[in-house]
Design a protein around this ligand. Structure first.
Ligand code: ZN
Ligand code: ZN
Length: 172
Protein backbone atom coordinates (compact mmCIF):
# COMPACT_ATOMS: atom_id res chain seq x y z
CA UNK A 1 0.00 0.00 0.00
CA UNK A 2 1.34 3.39 -0.99
CA UNK A 3 -0.08 6.57 0.44
CA UNK A 4 0.78 10.18 -0.12
CA UNK A 5 0.82 11.26 3.47
CA UNK A 6 0.99 14.99 2.79
CA UNK A 7 -2.45 15.14 1.17
CA UNK A 8 -4.52 12.42 2.82
CA UNK A 9 -5.35 11.78 6.45
CA UNK A 10 -4.96 8.48 8.27
CA UNK A 11 -5.04 6.33 5.12
CA UNK A 12 -2.93 3.66 6.79
CA UNK A 13 -5.68 3.42 9.39
CA UNK A 14 -5.04 3.58 13.08
CA UNK A 15 -4.06 1.27 15.88
CA UNK A 16 -6.55 0.85 18.73
CA UNK A 17 -5.28 2.59 21.85
CA UNK A 18 -6.81 2.79 25.31
CA UNK A 19 -5.86 6.38 26.10
CA UNK A 20 -5.95 9.61 24.14
CA UNK A 21 -2.52 11.11 23.38
CA UNK A 22 -3.23 13.76 26.01
CA UNK A 23 -4.08 11.15 28.69
CA UNK A 24 -1.08 9.08 27.71
CA UNK A 25 1.23 12.07 28.11
CA UNK A 26 -0.39 12.98 31.43
CA UNK A 27 0.40 9.46 32.65
CA UNK A 28 3.98 9.76 31.43
CA UNK A 29 4.42 13.04 33.33
CA UNK A 30 2.74 11.67 36.46
CA UNK A 31 5.17 8.75 36.56
CA UNK A 32 7.89 11.39 36.75
CA UNK A 33 6.08 13.48 39.34
CA UNK A 34 5.36 16.29 36.87
CA UNK A 35 2.27 18.16 35.69
CA UNK A 36 1.36 19.17 32.18
CA UNK A 37 2.14 22.77 31.25
CA UNK A 38 -0.12 24.90 29.05
CA UNK A 39 2.31 24.95 26.09
CA UNK A 40 2.61 21.15 26.27
CA UNK A 41 -1.18 20.77 26.19
CA UNK A 42 -1.50 23.18 23.27
CA UNK A 43 1.24 21.42 21.30
CA UNK A 44 -0.22 17.95 21.87
CA UNK A 45 -3.65 19.11 20.70
CA UNK A 46 -2.17 20.75 17.61
CA UNK A 47 0.18 17.90 16.68
CA UNK A 48 -2.51 15.22 17.07
CA UNK A 49 -5.23 17.09 15.17
CA UNK A 50 -3.97 15.38 11.96
CA UNK A 51 -1.31 12.92 10.85
CA UNK A 52 1.58 14.60 9.09
CA UNK A 53 5.35 14.69 8.86
CA UNK A 54 6.77 17.92 10.21
CA UNK A 55 9.89 19.52 11.63
CA UNK A 56 10.13 22.04 14.45
CA UNK A 57 10.19 25.01 12.05
CA UNK A 58 6.99 24.02 10.22
CA UNK A 59 5.31 23.49 13.55
CA UNK A 60 6.41 26.95 14.75
CA UNK A 61 4.89 28.53 11.61
CA UNK A 62 1.56 26.75 12.14
CA UNK A 63 1.15 27.85 15.75
CA UNK A 64 -1.00 30.89 16.41
CA UNK A 65 1.24 33.92 17.08
CA UNK A 66 -0.43 34.37 20.46
CA UNK A 67 -2.17 31.26 21.70
CA UNK A 68 -3.99 30.85 24.99
CA UNK A 69 -0.66 30.00 26.57
CA UNK A 70 1.07 33.03 25.09
CA UNK A 71 3.82 32.72 22.51
CA UNK A 72 5.60 29.39 22.62
CA UNK A 73 9.32 29.83 22.17
CA UNK A 74 11.49 27.73 19.87
CA UNK A 75 13.37 26.15 22.77
CA UNK A 76 10.10 25.04 24.36
CA UNK A 77 8.93 23.52 21.07
CA UNK A 78 12.17 21.53 20.67
CA UNK A 79 12.15 20.40 24.29
CA UNK A 80 8.48 19.41 24.17
CA UNK A 81 8.85 17.45 20.91
CA UNK A 82 11.68 15.45 22.45
CA UNK A 83 9.47 14.74 25.47
CA UNK A 84 6.69 13.50 23.16
CA UNK A 85 9.22 11.12 21.56
CA UNK A 86 10.37 9.95 24.99
CA UNK A 87 6.74 9.34 25.99
CA UNK A 88 6.20 7.22 22.86
CA UNK A 89 3.71 9.65 21.30
CA UNK A 90 5.90 10.71 18.39
CA UNK A 91 8.73 9.12 16.55
CA UNK A 92 11.47 11.06 14.83
CA UNK A 93 13.93 10.40 12.04
CA UNK A 94 16.61 12.45 10.35
CA UNK A 95 16.12 13.66 6.80
CA UNK A 96 18.78 15.82 5.13
CA UNK A 97 20.18 16.69 8.55
CA UNK A 98 16.90 17.88 10.08
CA UNK A 99 14.70 16.06 12.57
CA UNK A 100 11.31 15.04 11.18
CA UNK A 101 8.49 14.02 13.53
CA UNK A 102 5.27 12.05 13.08
CA UNK A 103 2.70 10.17 15.17
CA UNK A 104 3.79 6.90 16.69
CA UNK A 105 1.08 6.37 19.31
CA UNK A 106 -2.07 5.01 17.68
CA UNK A 107 -0.48 4.91 14.23
CA UNK A 108 0.69 1.74 12.43
CA UNK A 109 4.34 0.87 11.79
CA UNK A 110 5.41 1.96 8.30
CA UNK A 111 8.35 3.11 6.20
CA UNK A 112 8.98 5.97 3.80
CA UNK A 113 9.95 6.91 0.28
CA UNK A 114 11.42 10.40 0.03
CA UNK A 115 11.30 12.41 -3.21
CA UNK A 116 14.50 14.46 -3.34
CA UNK A 117 12.90 16.86 -5.82
CA UNK A 118 9.57 17.92 -4.24
CA UNK A 119 10.63 16.75 -0.73
CA UNK A 120 7.39 14.79 -0.26
CA UNK A 121 7.31 11.73 1.95
CA UNK A 122 5.27 8.70 0.89
CA UNK A 123 4.35 5.97 3.35
CA UNK A 124 4.27 2.25 2.72
CA UNK A 125 3.92 -0.96 4.70
CA UNK A 126 5.72 -4.15 3.73
CA UNK A 127 5.50 -7.49 5.55
CA UNK A 128 8.43 -8.77 3.47
CA UNK A 129 10.61 -5.95 4.74
CA UNK A 130 9.71 -6.79 8.34
CA UNK A 131 10.47 -10.49 7.76
CA UNK A 132 13.86 -9.57 6.28
CA UNK A 133 14.59 -7.20 9.16
CA UNK A 134 13.82 -9.88 11.75
CA UNK A 135 15.89 -12.48 9.87
CA UNK A 136 18.92 -10.15 9.69
CA UNK A 137 18.55 -9.38 13.40
CA UNK A 138 18.31 -13.09 14.29
CA UNK A 139 21.44 -13.92 12.26
CA UNK A 140 23.33 -11.22 14.18
CA UNK A 141 21.78 -12.14 17.54
CA UNK A 142 20.10 -8.76 17.75
CA UNK A 143 16.95 -7.91 19.68
CA UNK A 144 15.01 -5.48 17.49
CA UNK A 145 13.79 -2.28 19.12
CA UNK A 146 13.05 -0.43 15.88
CA UNK A 147 14.37 0.55 12.48
CA UNK A 148 14.50 3.42 10.00
CA UNK A 149 14.20 2.70 6.31
CA UNK A 150 13.94 5.54 3.80
CA UNK A 151 14.03 5.04 0.03
CA UNK A 152 15.36 8.16 -1.75
CA UNK A 153 14.44 8.94 -5.31
CA UNK A 154 12.16 10.88 -7.65
CA UNK A 155 8.38 10.46 -7.32
CA UNK A 156 6.07 9.71 -10.25
CA UNK A 157 4.79 13.29 -10.47
CA UNK A 158 8.26 14.79 -10.58
CA UNK A 159 9.36 12.26 -13.22
CA UNK A 160 6.39 13.28 -15.38
CA UNK A 161 7.03 17.01 -15.06
CA UNK A 162 10.70 16.41 -15.85
CA UNK A 163 9.76 14.67 -19.08
CA UNK A 164 7.42 17.54 -19.96
CA UNK A 165 10.17 20.16 -19.57
CA UNK A 166 12.55 18.03 -21.60
CA UNK A 167 10.03 17.76 -24.43
CA UNK A 168 9.49 21.52 -24.39
CA UNK A 169 13.23 22.12 -24.60
CA UNK A 170 13.50 19.70 -27.53
CA UNK A 171 11.06 21.83 -29.51
CA UNK A 172 13.08 25.04 -29.16
ZN1 ZN B 1 8.44 14.52 -6.20
ZN1 ZN C 1 5.16 8.40 8.02
Amino acid sequence: MLVDRMTSDFSLGSVEVALSPLQRFEEFLQSRGKRMTKPQKLLIEHVFSRHDHFDADTLMEQLPPKGAAGRIGRATVYRTLNKFVEAGLLRSFTLDGRAVYEHDYGYPQHDHLHCTQCQRLFEFQSDQLMTLRDAVARENRFRVTGHRFIISGICENCQKSRRRTHRKLDMI
